[in-house]
Design a protein around this ligand. Structure first.
Ligand SMILES: [Zn+2]
Length: 289
């Protein structure tokens, strides 16, 4: 059965907003995610680019969306690698993409070239593709997918705007980002900042716990920051700041607060309450000085 409307939550919110406001860069790269969802995301982006109801793109209802869904839109060309190797060779780039580039779109305003396995392009294919990426006609868009950005030549990468296909939305941030912001607020002993830094954790028990675990690792790094050992958290600057702001006893107290938070999260404590306890108890550690 066909779905009545298009699923758009597979696309990063920032990309969707650029498309809907007509500001999408001519080449976008969707990196990360699993192979299947990446391919789906690339196709959804292509559909959104050609959708006739731009503000709701992809609406799933217009002629363009219906054709895209059926795989019959003449202005979308999808190039997947071979089933086995996922590699896209130079012949594909030369014969199928570059040769048709200057032929105007059939019925849409633009034409979209989709390469969900762009990281499977051979080196020579990437080099050939580069020329195309540099100065495509104004009506051409490229949507590339890659398991990891690192698999693309830096020259190709620098001509694309990359979006990551993580599990979380960009607004939410990762536990690492939130832990870093919390650490900075802690180091400055600023409760208001601390509450702000914890705001993205609202209504997300899983993320609260993940962040609390991350922050514990960061505090462990802080405790060892004099010893010149590599950090486990990867947040060197924050670790040093925490190590400077707090003595060993306080660091132990901060860690114990975070351990409690993890425990409460496991016991399904109310999320808002968890956040409140987290920020007030962390702040209590420096207030007790
Ligand atoms: Zn549409």
């Amino acid at each position: 059965m066909k779905q009545p409307t298009a699923k758009t939550d597979i696309l990063p919110a920032a990309l969707l907003s650029l498309i809907r406001t007509g500001r999408c860069p001519h080449a976008v790269l969707l990196a990360g995610g699993d192979e299947r969802s990446r391919k789906k995301a690339c196709e959804t982006a292509a559909a959104a680019l050609l959708c006739e109801n731009r503000e709701q793109a992809p609406c799933g209802k217009c002629k363009a969306c219906i054709k895209t869904k059926a795989g019959t839109h003449p202005d979308i060309s999808i190039f997947t690698g071979t089933e086995k190797t996922h590699s896209v060779g130079i012949a594909t780039i030369r014969d199928s993409i570059r040769s048709g580039l200057y032929i105007s779109p059939n019925e849409a305003q633009r034409k979209v070239y989709v390469l969900p396995d762009a990281d499977g392009m051979t080196r020579e294919a990437q080099n050939a593709f580069l020329k195309t990426l540099e100065e495509p006609p104004a009506y051409v868009s490229f949507v590339l997918g890659a398991d990891s950005k690192q698999k693309l030549l830096s020259t190709v990468l620098s001509r694309c705007t990359a979006f990551s296909l993580g599990e979380k939305t960009e607004k939410e941030g990762t536990e690492r980002d939130i832990a870093a912001a919390l650490a900075a607020a802690l180091a400055r002993k600023n409760e208001f900042e601390l509450i702000n830094a914890a705001a993205p954790l609202q209504k997300n028990r899983k993320l609260i716990k993940k962040t609390a675990v991350y922050l514990q690792t960061l505090l462990r790094d802080a405790a060892a920051s004099d010893a010149n050992v590599p950090t486990l958290s990867g947040l060197e600057r924050e670790a040093v700041q925490l190590g400077t702001a707090f003595n060993m006893h306080q660091i132990t107290q901060l860690m114990s607060v975070l351990r409690d938070i993890c425990e409460y999260a496991d016991k399904n404590a109310n999320e808002n309450l968890l956040l409140c306890v987290l920020t007030s108890r962390l702040a209590a550690v420096w207030k007790a000085e």
